[in-house]
Design a protein around this ligand. Structure first.
Ligand code: CAA
Length: 380
């Protein structure tokens, strides 16, 4: 394992850091308050290549490695996790899924636009009764010869209202259980495809989360991804990589909260000295720093595994489990260090604390990560 960053890695990390500071920080509090999607900034992210970082250059992607991607995710998440979830879904779930498993025609038609950020993607697996239990898909896609007829509801879909192309997982043959599940590319605007109301969320409030309804939507046969019955594996493989991105997001939230708390502790005085001189605060910072460094190692290990073409199901799940707990723990402590100021919006840490929670829920809850980890370590 060699975690030494190359010059290119450092350049990408610095570009993401500058973008976050210059373009995302202004207005981040207001966007959170108004639940406003960062449309202008997402467009810029596309232009700068942050929306298709790992996708093949022949289809408009950046052809970068996973290490570059997690470095950029971390920097952007330090400032605005609502923007980084857009980036995460488009890169890890949508572009990676298509780049790896779609046909050349599908890549030409859809990936080229998604990887450049010209169009935005969404990944639609969760349902009202199938979030963690992903094999229990109620959405059906019935084979009608030259097309499938899609019916059902998807819930909590990131980019639900703003996406142009949707990867939808649906059951085509219930008898076959997970082997009867398929993944389809569905376009916004197709007849029978309705976007439900926007969710009112605790955190990542700038991101655009909706339920989606499919009522007899005709999906052309050529929009199925892979062989018949490949949909569940497609979702699992895609989510395994997605978890590395969310782990990097969690790491960024933790690092952002830690940096703010450290700075504040060196400025704020109480009992005649800066509060960092009190062990009560210094020890908190020591714990936060240690947890973050451990999370950073796990995130880099998972990214490195993926780049080395090694199995990353286990390392990705461990990275997500630990980094998301770190985000939660560190953000809560950052609020505590800020005292009363931590509880008001202008100091940012209350938002980071609210944003942190979702990293323990989406792309598999912490309990799901423990299922993946325990199955992996107990199998031999
Ligand atoms: N790679 C390839 N195949 C995999 C796999 C992986 N990582 N994980 C499972 N599979 C395969 C298995 O090998 C098995 O196939 P075979 O029968 O051919 O061997 C098949 O899938 C079924 O596997 P399991 O029996 O292990 O399935 P399970 O029902 O026990 O579920 C689970 C496993 C890990 C709990 C899975 O259901 C899961 O990950 N659930 C969570 C889903 C999730 O993350 N949802 C989040 C929604 S997306 C989101 O949040 C996006 C967003 O908007 C931000």
């Amino acid at each position: 394992m060699d975690f030494k960053l190359t010059e290119e890695h450092i350049m990408i990390r610095d570009a993401a850091r500058d973008f976050a500071k210059n373009e995302l920080l202004p207005g981040v509090i207001e966007r959170d308050e108004k639940q406003e999607f960062p449309a202008k900034q997402v467009k810029m992210m596309g232009e700068l290549g942050f929306l298709g970082m790992m996708a093949s250059p022949e289809y408009g992607g950046g052809g970068m490695d996973t290490v570059s991607y997690v470095l950029a995710m971390e920097e952007i998440s330090k400032i605005d996790a609502s923007a980084s979830v857009v980036m995460s879904v488009n890169n890890s779930l949508v572009c990676w899924g298509l780049d790896t498993y779609a046909s050349p025609e599908q890549k030409e038609k859809y990936l080229t636009k998604l990887a450049t950020g010209e169009k935005l993607g969404a990944f639609c697996l969760s349902e009202p009764e199938a979030g963690s239990d992903a094999t229990s898909q109620k959405t059906t896609a019935i084979d009608k010869g030259d097309h499938y007829l899609l019916n059902g509801t998807k819930n909590w879909i990131t980019n639900g209202g703003t996406a142009d192309y949707y990867l939808v997982i649906a059951q085509t043959d219930r008898e076959k259980k997970h082997k009867g599940i398929n993944a389809f590319i569905v376009e916004k605007g197709w007849e029978g495809f309705e976007i439900g109301p926007k969710e009112q969320k605790l955190g990542i409030r700038g991101s655009d989360t909706h339920s989606l309804n499919f009522n007899d939507v005709k999906v052309p046969k050529e929009n199925r991804i892979g062989e018949d019955g490949f949909g569940f594996k497609f979702a699992m493989k895609t989510l395994s990589g997605g978890r590395i991105g969310i782990a990097a997001q969690a790491l960024g939230i933790a690092s952002g909260a830690y940096e703010l708390a450290k700075k504040y502790s060196k400025e704020r005085k109480a009992f005649g000295t800066e509060i960092c001189n009190h062990q009560a605060i210094a020890f908190k910072l020591a714990d936060m720093h240690t947890q973050i460094e451990a999370a950073q190692h796990l995130v880099m290990k998972a990214a490195w595994d993926k780049d080395q073409h090694q199995n990353y199901d286990l390392s990705g799940a461990m990275a997500k489990l630990h980094a998301s707990k770190t985000a939660m723990d560190v953000a809560i402590e950052a609020v505590q260090i800020h005292g009363g100021n931590g509880y008001v919006k202008e100091y940012h840490v209350e938002r980071l604390m609210r944003d942190a929670k979702i990293t323990q829920i989406y792309e598999g809850t912490s309990e799901i990560q423990k299922i993946v980890i325990s199955r992996s370590i107990l199998k031999d």
